[in-house]
Structures are given as C-alpha cells and as structure tokens.
Design a protein around this ligand. Structure first.
Ligand SMILES: [Zn+2]
Length: 671
C-alpha cells in the first residue's frame, strides 16, 4: 500500500468519527529553511491528501516556532550581522531583521522566504504563528496546568535520563521559562510560586526581578517537550512527522507522548520519523551544499516543483533519497517524464498513479520535454530560443518555446553551475596542433567531412550515415569490425577537438546539423596554410584546459587462455556485491593507491585500490562498483583493505573500474 495511504488508514482507525483530521508540521525560523526540513511539510501534505481521498476532511497545520529562543546566530547571518549575538536568549520574533527586505523581524524574514517557496508547490498551509498564539494568551491555562503538574512532568522527563536526579532538583524544576520584560531574554529563574500556580516571582540575570500572573501575562513559554505535547492537545493533532532524531526510543516524541497523555489527557498523534535528504554530486560552485543549507528556492532553480514533490512522494519517509547536482538530475527528470506519460496515457500502476496525483500542481501544465536533450541542444546553440525551436524541429521533435520554457532556465542553470565542463564552445581558429598530429587517414577523414558538409543538401539521417561512410572511405585497407569501430571513435574525437577543444561532445551528427554551418565549416578546412593569427596561438594553451585526460596507452595485452574449470559452488563462495563509493581519498606517500570508503548495503568498509593513475578521487564518489567483500583483509600502504574492487586491467587501457548502473541497489549480489 502507498505509504501515505497506510498512515491515513491508521489515523482513521484510531478515531473513525472525527469530523476533521489535523496533520501538523512545524519549523523554527532559526535561519533559512532547508530542504531536509521541507520533508516535514511534504510528509504531512501527502498524508492529508490521502485522508481526503478517503472522503475525510483534513487540515494541514503549519506551526512557525518563532517564540523559541535564539540559540545561536547562523554562520552566514553572523557574517553580515555579528551584532545579533546580543539577542541570544530572546524569541526569534523579537530579534531585529538584519536583511534589507522589509520583514518586520528576524523570524519573519525566514518565514517569508519559505512561505514564498511553498506557494510554488501549490501547498496550502494553515499557518500558526506561535508568538501571536502565546501573546494572545491561547496557552495561558496550560501554563498553569503544567506548573501544577510540575512534579509529575519532572518524573516523566527524568525517566528518560540515565542520571539520577540530584537532591532538590525536582523541587526546583519549573516547566515554564519567562522572557524578561526588561532585557527580553529567557535568562530568568522562578524564585516563588503561589499555591494555585497563577503567580510567580522571578529574577533575571540582567538584574531585573518581578512578578508574573500566568493568567494574564503571556511573556512565558513551556519547555520544549511539554510545549509540543500541549500544542497537540490544543490543536487536536492526529499526525505529525519529525526528523528521525526525534523518533528514537529516548527521543522527544516518546517523552512528549507520555506528557500528552498523562498531563494533558490527550492521545499523542501518530508520528513518523523521516530520514534526512542527501545531496549528490555537489562540485564546483555547488560544493559545500548539503541538505543542511540547501533551500527550496535554490532547488527550484534546478528542479521543477512537480519533480521535487515527486521525489518526496515516491519515497517512503523512512528512506533517504538524494537531490542531484550531477547528471543524476537528468535521470530523475527522465524517470519523472516516463511516469508522467504513463499517467497521461492511463497506463500507470496504482503506485505510480498515486504518486503522480500527489505531485502534479493545479494550474500548472507539465511538458515532458526531455531535460537531457534540452541540456544537450541548449548547450549547442547557447540557449538561443529561436535556434532551439529550429533544432527541435530538425530532429523531428518540434517542441515550442511555450513547451520548453519552464525547463529551459533550469537546464541552463544546471549546465552553468553544476556541469560547466559540458558547455560547448566553438573554437574561433583552426586547431593546427591537433590537425598536424593526425595520421594520413585522419587528415583524409577531415577533408572528406569538410567536402561533404560544404556541398550540403543532406538530411539529418543522411548526415549520420555519411559520418560512418567517411571513415570507411578514408581507410583504404579493409578493417575488421572492431578496428573500424575504434577508428570511428578516433574520428569523432578528432572532430570534437578541432571544433570544440574537447575529446567528447554532443552527438556529432546532431551537432553538425543543428548549428549554423558557417560558424564551423572553416574550422575543418585545412587546405590553406595557417594564418599568422593561428601561428601566434601557443599550442600549450589547449593543454591548460583542466581535467582533460589525455593519457597514452600502449598496444593491448596478449589475450590469456581460458582458465581451468571450476564448480558453481566454488563461485558461489565469492561474495561479490554492489557497493557505492561514499568517500575516496589519496593515501599519503602512495603513488598508486587510493583509499575508498564504501557502503556495501549493510555498513561502511574501507578498501585500498591501485587506481590512482587512472582516477581522480572525486570522479569515483557516488559511483557504484563491484567488490569482492569476503576477501581476507590485508594491509596495503598502511591502510587495512577490506575487499577488492573489480576492474579490467590491460596495457591498452590501464586499470578501468567496472561501474554498475545507479539503479542497482547497494548490497546486490553479483551472481
Ligand atoms: Zn532581563
């Protein structure tokens, strides 16, 4: 059953006749709200939807915990407003707004930022601003109730602690903190409490002391676990998710659950502790991003809101998933489009159907223009809209600007911020050093290509065929299929180098067909001698391009004879499994080895592998590989290696690791 539906059914079962169910979420506006916290909203949102699908009324309550105390100033805020340090201990809502956006206070700034992002998702929230709730006196009677029950509350709390309470601790405990009317901070201590718990005297660290009447003075707040339970009771909450740290047996939820029942006589809502969100492939300008500082706003620059919701909707809250800054994002769009088209064609399975219904946003039309293609073609024509429409038409997929508009900016942003190495730029001059390094057949291929293109009059299909024919034509001696394939690859690489200064590029026939021929034809014409301009270009400039691997390899090894036969039983003893590379680092003083930290499906392990000559550590992170995991550990260059990765080693290619498609889960056995 779909996870949100299962939760909805439990909610109904607990309380079948309730008129309206309340799904809650809540966040402190302590800084920018990140996408990890967004799971609070998303989880409750899907559960509320599932309740409505069952014919029930459901409300999605969102609590801004803005009456909580400022604990610390976030690093990025402290940089522009170090003076905020002095407000530590004040409620967020009383801290001045250091940003120039007109928000009336610190809390409001971050609240607005998040509320604006939320509207993009079409999620309607019933906001509760906790400072207003407190100051209007909504919770006054509960303060008095909690104070009356303070001994029992203390016992519940200390039941979760490992340490025995000290003498007098119980008597000195008050589950209420008072914000000092003089300095605004919660650095106060209660010195006397009336028998009926309505009045108290207190002293603040600032020197101020006074009397508070809890029935009419509302500058006070219950301590966290009591406050949470009290608000469940106040709002009649039926469901609330929370980070998995709250879900542990000694976590906040378990404590608040007992307080809710025993002190406020209310059965705690159902609770789901969700997993955190990961970020994959954050390099370059995105490095340093994690689920902890990535806001929905930033994510919306890369992902359409539907795709974000889809990721949350299709993943059980108990499971983690990643937002991808690398090419993984293109796969996610691809997968989304596939399911979306199934949905449109009425062919999805029940799960896909529910997920799609959950993530489509009213009033917005999704056009499944392939993101990968948009990136590829966009990079070819530098995101010129008119050219893009022309190219799409030429390749028989005539998408219009209206259709690809919503994804275009995201494609461009991804390419420039996350994958700048994929941007294609035509050279301005012929690349003589590369041309001169070509053998005779190589030069002939370029000349044939130039002649073919110059003549024109070809269709896209014809051009594609011609690219293969040229290689055959240029190589006089008959090549076997394998040699011809290799030759073909070299030809494409030569053209990319001559046009783009890259060894790889977009599909060549598409590229040559899509861009204006006059922009590149001259780059393939070496019939005239180099100009002075071209001679002035120093050859090393091309080599300054980073991360282009141009390793020279030798001829292939002699193919080894097949080894002696073994029984299947023997093979089955090998524990070969798919592992994900979590970390990868160089080992000091080792010329050939890298240290890889792997997730093998059960836990993490370290292995050492002599692949330093072939890979940069960051190339491997996030990749899935095959590892012999039950190999007896050995010590290599000072590091214990718990397994061996599979790779193909040959003089013709060096040591090439065998990668596994991302779809295969970690821990999958190879058999
Ligand atoms: Zn004070």
């Amino acid at each position: 059953m779909y996870w949100a539906k299962a939760i909805a059914e439990q909610i109904i079962q607990r309380n079948p006749h309730k008129e309206e169910y309340v799904c809650a979420a809540g966040i402190s506006p302590s800084g920018s709200i990140h996408i990890g916290n967004f799971r609070d909203v998303a989880t409750s949102f899907f559960v509320a939807k599932a309740l409505r699908e069952q014919g029930k009324k459901a409300r999605l309550l969102f609590s801004w915990d803005e009456y909580d105390r400022l604990r610390r100033v976030p690093v990025n805020v402290a940089k522009i407003a170090p003076q905020l340090e002095q407000y530590i201990g004040c409620p967020y809502v009383d801290v001045p707004n250091p940003f120039d956006d007109g928000a009336k206070n610190y809390a409001r700034h971050f609240e607005q930022e998040f509320e604006q992002a939320i509207t993009a998702f079409g999620i309607e929230l019933d906001y509760r601003y906790q400072a207003d709730m407190h100051r209007q006196g909504c919770y006054g009677q509960y303060m008095i109730q909690a104070l009356k029950e303070r001994g029992r509350i203390f016992d519940i709390l200390s039941g979760f602690r490992t340490q025995e309470p000290k003498a007098g601790e119980r008597e000195a405990y008050y589950p209420v903190s008072i914000y000092c009317p003089s300095c605004g901070k919660d650095t106060t201590g209660i010195s006397w409490l009336s028998e009926d718990c309505r009045q108290a005297t207190y002293t603040c660290n600032c020197g101020h002391s006074g009397t508070i009447d809890f029935s009419k003075d509302f500058y006070c707040k219950l301590s966290w676990k009591v406050d949470w339970a009290m608000r469940w009771r106040y709002e009649g909450v039926d469901f609330e998710p929370g980070g998995k740290d709250h879900a542990s047996p000694s976590g906040s939820y378990q404590t608040s659950k007992i307080i809710s029942k025993e002190i406020f006589g209310y059965d705690a809502p159902l609770f789901t502790g969700y997993e955190f969100i990961g970020i994959k492939g954050a390099t370059g300008k995105m490095s340093g991003s994690s689920g902890l500082n990535l806001t929905p706003q930033t994510l919306l620059k890369l992902y359409q809101p539907e795709v974000i919701l889809w990721l949350y909707a299709k993943t059980d809250p108990l499971k983690a998933f990643d937002f991808c800054f690398d090419e993984g994002i293109l796969r996610q769009y691809f997968e989304f489009d596939k399911q979306y088209l199934e949905f449109l064609n009425n062919t999805p399975n029940e799960f896909t159907h529910t997920v799609m219904e959950n993530c489509l946003i009213e009033g917005r039309q999704i056009e499944p223009v392939p993101m990968g293609l948009l990136v590829q073609l966009g990079s070819i024509v530098d995101f010129n809209i008119e050219m893009l429409e022309t190219v799409f038409a030429k390749i028989g997929q005539p998408y219009t600007h209206a259709q690809f508009k919503d994804r275009l900016e995201r494609a461009r942003y991804w390419l420039s911020q996350c994958s700048p190495q994929s941007v294609n730029r035509l050279r301005s001059k012929r690349n003589w050093p590369v041309y001169e390094s070509l053998d005779e057949a190589g030069r002939k291929e370029i000349s044939l290509l130039h002649a073919y293109l110059a003549q024109g009059g070809y269709s896209l299909d014809e051009l594609q065929t011609a690219l293969y024919a040229i290689v055959q034509q240029a190589n006089v001696e008959t090549l076997d299929i394998k040699a011809q394939k290799a030759r073909q690859g070299i030809f494409f690489r030569n053209v990319y180098q001559l046009l783009l200064d890259k060894e790889q590029g977009p599909r060549l026939y598409l590229f040559l067909y899509a861009i204006e021929k006059s922009q590149y034809l001259d780059l393939l014409d070496f019939s005239t001698p180099p100009t002075e301009d071209e001679l002035a270009v120093k050859p090393p400039s091309a080599q300054l391009e980073p991360a282009q691997k141009t390793k020279e390899y030798g001829p292939p090894d002699t193919v080894a004879p097949i080894k002696d036969q073994i029984d299947l039983e023997y093979f089955n003893q090998l524990d070969l499994r798919v592992c994900r590379v979590v970390k990868c680092a160089e080992i000091r003083k080792s010329h050939s080895n890298l240290k890889l930290t792997l997730f093998d499906g059960l836990g993490e392990r370290e292995i050492v592998s002599s692949i330093k000559g072939e890979y940069e550590p960051q190339e491997l992170i996030g990749k899935k590989i095959i590892v012999l995991t039950n190999l007896r550990p050995t010590r290599l260059t000072g590091v214990n290696s718990h397994g061996m990765l599979l790779a193909g080693t040959n003089n013709a290619c060096g040591c090439q690791v065998i990668f596994v498609d991302d779809i295969v889960p970690e821990g999958t056995q190879i058999k």
